[in-house]
Structure formats: C-alpha cells, structure tokens
Design a protein around this ligand. Structure first.
Ligand code: CA
Length: 226
C-alpha cells in the first residue's frame, strides 16, 4: 500500500525561517511547500489542496487574515496562524475566526511540528467518522448517516458542522454562539444547550453510537470521533 505523504504549506516571507520550517516538516515525514507572496496563496491552496497551512499574518501583497477568510469560503483545511504580535493573537481570538491554532513568533520549530502533527491527527479522526458513515456536507447543508438523511434545523446543522470540522477541540457556549449566529445577536447560554441537546438526540435516534458531541463540564462542547 502506498502511503501518500501529507503536505504542509508554509506561508512565510522571512526566507530563513521558511527554509528551517520546511526542513523540519520534511524531516517529520511530510511534504513541505512554501510561499512568500500573500497574493499567491489562495490559488495555490485551490490547486494543491495541502493538508495543513502555517500562515504568517504579515505578508507582502495580501495579509494572512484576508487570506484565511478567503480560504474558508471554499476549504476547511486546518490553518495555523503565526504572528509576532501578542495583541494580534488576542484580536484573532476575539474575531473567532476559528483558525485551528495560533503560534506566537519567535516560535520553536519543534513546537510547531508537534502542533502540526496533532492537528493532522485530529483531522484524521474526523475522517474516520466520515468513513463510519456520518457525512457532513457543508455545501449542501446536509447530514447523512449511511446515506440516510438526518433532519436538522439550520442552527443544529451549523453547530454540528462547526464541531465536526474542528473535531476534538473544545468550544465554549460563547464561541459556539458567535459562530452559529453570525449576526452576533444576544442569545442565552441555555439556547445553545437546547440546540445541542436536540442535535444529540436526533443523531442518537438514528444510531446510538453517534454519541459524538460531548459536553465538557463547565467548559463547553466538542466533537469526538465515534
Ligand atoms: Ca511576515
């Protein structure tokens, strides 16, 4: 069986840093791609479809934030955002962009590789669920289990799609609300709880093993591979 190497795209305009990172990535058994020009990233991602992107925030021609937003319109590829400014990280988290991880420069290359491996492993888990028969199709806004349609409300779908895409990560009720209600309307915490409760019930009615949305006491919710 041929084992296809996973590929990681490094978007970094500092040549030395980029070269070191790529070297570590290759050494860890992945294929490394690198780009330094922000304007080239979106098309490259469409074409090459890397498994993970390490994205610098300050880039020539197009900044990382704009790139990230554009990528999210067509791809759920995990993105690790890198920045030299602590304040920027706060802002990113405040925006709830949902980037899979944030790294602060200067960073340890070793640490970046460890995190990259974790993210890729998390994604594999999500893929396993896919193979077990649960399919979350964001374009069609449809969820099926072994080809059987799971009937969800729009809000339930958004919650499931978001947790599924970010499988293994825990999100607070606030974070979920910000994601689910893009108009930032004020909704009681309990509203999210009741949506999640209905969602879990619907999934488990179809297959008791689909108990994949876990509540983490005092923190929030996460999607676990079944
Ligand atoms: Ca830069």
């Amino acid at each position: 069986m041929t084992d296809i190497k996973k590929s990681i795209l490094v978007v970094e305009d500092e040549p030395t840093l980029s070269a070191i990172l790529c070297e570590y990535i290759e050494h860890a058994g992945f294929t490394a791609h690198s780009l330094s020009d922000g304007a080239l990233v979106v098309n490259f991602v469409k074409e090459v479809q890397p498994d993970l992107i390490i994205l610098d925030l300050m880039l020539p021609n197009k900044n990382g934030l704009d790139i990230y937003r554009e990528i999210r319109t067509f791809s759920a590829v995990p993105v690790m955002m890198a920045t030299a400014k602590i304040e920027e990280i706060d802002r990113l988290i405040g925006l709830e962009l949902g980037a899979d991880d944030y790294i602060c420069k200067p960073y340890s290359t070793r640490e970046v590789i460890v995190r990259a491996k974790n993210i890729l492993r998390r994604n594999d888990k999500a893929l396993d669920v896919h193979h077990s028969g649960l399919v979350v199709d964001e374009l069609a806004m449809a969820v099926t289990y072994q080809r059987e349609r799971v009937s969800l409300t729009a809000t339930e779908f958004r919650i499931l799609a978001f947790l599924y895409k970010n499988s293994g990560k825990i999100y607070s009720r606030d974070q979920l609300m910000n994601h689910v209600y893009s108009d930032h309307r004020v909704v009681a915490d309990r509203a999210i709880d009741s949506h999640v409760k209905n969602l879990r019930r619907k999934l488990m009615e179809i297959e008791p093993a689909l108990d994949c949305i876990k509540s983490v006491y005092g923190v929030g919710y996460k999607f676990d591979a079944v």
